[in-house]
Structures are given as C-alpha cells and as structure tokens.
Design a protein around this ligand. Structure first.
Ligand code: DI6
Ligand code: FE
Length: 427
C-alpha cells in the first residue's frame, strides 16, 4: 500500500539533488522501483523524473512522475519546476549574525599592516563589538540582523545557527539570544541559538579570565540554558585556554546542551580534540588542525566546520587539512561565520565557492557542506539536510541545471524560490 492520498502538494519537473547519502536505496512510492538507478550522479543523489509529495510540512513520499501519470493521480496543488534544480534548503551552521555596529575601520587598519591579534590585544576586535552591542537596544539589534538575514534567506538558507558572544554579561547575552530566537519566529527560517559567552574576557573581568569563566559557569550558562541549544567557546591564544574551555563544556553538558568549539583558527591549541573527546557536535575553523586531531574527530563523528570567509578576510595562509579529514571520514560542513570582524559575509554560496577554490573541496563536498553535513553540525540530520522521506520540506530551487553551478559562479543570486515546510517563502 502506498501512502499517496491526493492531499499533497506535489513538486515535479525538477532536477533533484537529494544530497541523501542513501539515495541509491530510495524507491518509488508507487512501483517500488529504485529511483537512484536513473542517474550516474549518485554523489549528489540526483533524481530526475521524480516527484516529491509534501504534506504537513514534511516530505511524505517520492515517486516516479510517469507512475503518477499512469495511475491518473491528481493533487491539491502542483509546483512545476520546468527543469530547474531543487536542493535541500541551505543550512548556515555557524554565524554571529546579531551584533551592534561594524568594524570597517579595523579592516582598514589591518590593510595597513596591523594584525587581527594586535587589534584584539589593544582592546579592539571582539571587545569593540561588545561595546556597540551592549549599547544597542534589542529592537536595534533585531532590525540590523533582519537586514542581514534577508540576504541569506534570499540565497536559499532555511536554517541558521546564530551565536551570542558580543554581550559577555548575563543581560546582554540574553538580549542577543532573544534577538536570535525572534529572527526564527518572524522569518521563514529555523534558528538554532548558541551561547558563546566564552568568546572574549568581559571588560569587567579584564586580566582575570578564570574569574570570568567562573561567572560564565555559575551564572550565564545556567540562566541561558533555556534560550539556546548549544554552548560554544573560543579557544585561542587571544581568548581562552584549554582548561577554561573544558570547564565551560563540562558545565554546558550538565544542562544537557550540545557543545561546539572555535578551534585551531590562528594556532594549534588542542581544543578540537578536547571538544571531540567531550562529545562536541562540531569543531569549527580548524586551519591548524593536526592529522592526529582528524583521527579524533573521525572517531567521535564530530563535524569539521570550515569557515573560508574568515580565512580569506584575515588573509590566513595555513589551510585546513582536507586530505586527512577525508581519510578519517570526518563530515565537512561549510558556513559563513558571518560576523563584523573576521568574516563580514552574507553569502553562503560564496563560501561554497571559496571552500573549493581556497581549500580544495570538490563542488559536491561544498554542497554537502551546506546541506547534509551542516545539518549534522547542528545535530539536525534526522529532520533536515537532504531530500528524504520523512524530513522537513525545506527546499531551495535554482535557475541552474547542475548542483556544481551553485558554487561555480560568484554573485548573481541563482535562487528560483525557497520553500520552508513546503510553503513558498516571502519576507
Ligand atoms: N572566531 C571568529 O571568527 C569570530 N569569533 C571567533 O571566535 C570573530 C569574531 C570577531 O572578530 O568579532
Ligand atoms: Fe565564529
């Protein structure tokens, strides 16, 4: 018995890149024939001549169009793709989208030879955005982030992770988390809010990082736990050390929160392996990751999230160890790291292009990095990230034929419409 009722919204006439690693096993709801057998491009999980039935915001079935026609089935509504590409909605699994002010003047100083670390040590960098974020009202932060999120949504993003970390006191961190969650309720996008209180030492605790970490563990994590799903920390010579990072993660785990980490961005600290050993869902940046760390990530299933925007904007030279990540079967995700300092980026597709051109990913790895592996980086791969029966009907449609074209060209948004829970988005 098939489960086709006629009440579905049907998407047909699309060239579908399912990004489902098990796409070869997908079967037609009507005939039981394998759908993946129709294509040579199993790595993108490409399906042609296949319709998607959506009901209640979810993918109810996949079926051959000719079988639907042969059985004379009619439906409540049909969306005809006319040959356009359909992919899972894109997922930006690492962003700092909520912040006050901007840091264009620091960028000018960096162009004149001042380093990111020097600016941070002089009280600029993250702390200058902390001042601007504390000074901004909640409404001002929401309006500024709304403008930014629209750029991402217009390019196919249907889920985004947004970090706090520019408040660094309880009230300001909670203000940031509220703005992040409000973006998810007012725009057609799912927001995963992450607490990043351990981003920099708060000005009130200058010279006393251990005291600040104590405050994060005693007060900020417990009082933010209901407003976020994960806790992140910046482990770096200019931020927190390994022992401080571990304290933050231990506390987060006591509240049942996921952990993720900014690690091995400017130097090797061992934070990625520490986090993986503690069960982190992702380790992010990773330019200085060692081959041994790659094995640790692989063993624990921790996702390596690469952030080529920060690498590019900081003019870094050291690249993440792509071959060792592959050898250890570490899932690789790609994200914007959208933030006012190291990655003022509002295009996830551009990050896919940079991941290929700068880091040597294949276009297929880049697209997987913005879909199925980004879902894994948020521990949401049971519900989003691929075109799979039972998952959410979050779709991006495109004026291109092949998925590689999404990351091949730069600029000129190829979006042909976005669907969140089966509904065409408007914002
Ligand atoms: N690494 C980053 O890329 C951002 N935070 C971090 O820990 C940069 C944040 C900033 O410069 O404002
Ligand atoms: Fe970041």
């Amino acid at each position: 018995m098939n489960s086709i009722s006629g009440h579905e919204v049907v998407f047909r006439g699309f060239n579908i890149a399912t990004m489902d690693p098990n796409s070869a096993e997908i079967k037609c709801e009507l005939s039981g024939e394998p759908l993946g057998g129709l294509t040579q491009q199993l790595e993108y999980g490409t399906l042609n001549g296949t319709a998607i039935g959506v009901e209640g915001g979810k993918i109810k079935w996949l079926a051959l169009e000719r079988e639907l026609d042969r059985n004379g089935l009619t439906f409540a509504q049909t969306v005809n793709g006319e040959g356009k590409l359909l992919t899972p909605g894109l997922i930006d699994c690492h962003s700092h989208l909520v912040f006050g002010g901007n840091r264009a003047s620091e960028w000018e100083r960096r162009l004149n030879g001042c380093s990111y670390e020097e600016i941070a040590k002089q009280g600029g960098g993250i702390l200058s955005t902390v001042s601007a974020t504390r000074a901004a009202t909640e409404e001002e932060l929401f309006q500024a982030a709304s403008k930014r999120i629209k750029s991402l949504l217009a390019e196919g993003v249907t889920t985004i992770e947004i970090k706090s970390g520019y408040g660094l006191d309880l009230d300001s961190e909670l203000k940031m988390l509220r703005v992040a969650n409000r973006l998810g309720s007012e725009f057609p996008v799912s927001v995963e809010a992450t607490l990043l209180a351990a981003h920099a030492v708060a000005p009130e605790f200058q010279g006393n990082p251990d005291g600040f970490i104590q405050h994060v563990c005693d007060s900020i994590i417990p009082q933010s736990a209901e407003s976020c799903s994960a806790v992140d920390a910046f482990c770096e010579t200019i931020a927190f050390n390994l022992a401080q990072t571990e304290r933050v993660f231990e506390r987060a785990k006591q509240f049942g929160l996921n952990i993720k980490v900014h690690a091995e961005q400017l130097s090797h600290t061992g934070a990625a392996a520490l986090a993986a050993n503690m069960g982190a869902i992702s380790a992010d940046h990773l330019e200085f990751l060692s081959d041994h760390d790659c094995a640790t990530l692989g063993r624990h299933g921790t996702v390596a999230t690469l952030l080529p925007g920060a690498f590019y904007c900081l003019n870094e030279k050291q690249k993440p160890p792509i071959s060792a990540l592959r050898e250890n079967q570490v899932p690789i995700a790609i994200a914007t790291d959208s933030n006012p300092g190291s990655s003022p980026v509002l295009s996830l597709l551009l990050m896919g292009n940079m991941a290929c051109n700068l880091f040597g990913l294949t276009p297929c790895e880049a697209v997987a990095g913005m879909t199925i592996n980004a879902a894994k980086a948020l521990q949401l791969d049971q519900t989003i990230g691929s075109i799979t029966k039972g998952k959410q009907a979050d779709f991006a449609t495109w004026h291109v034929h092949s998925p590689a074209e999404l990351v091949y060209s730069i600029g000129g948004n190829p979006s042909a419409g976005v669907y969140k829970l089966g509904e065409r988005t408007q914002f």
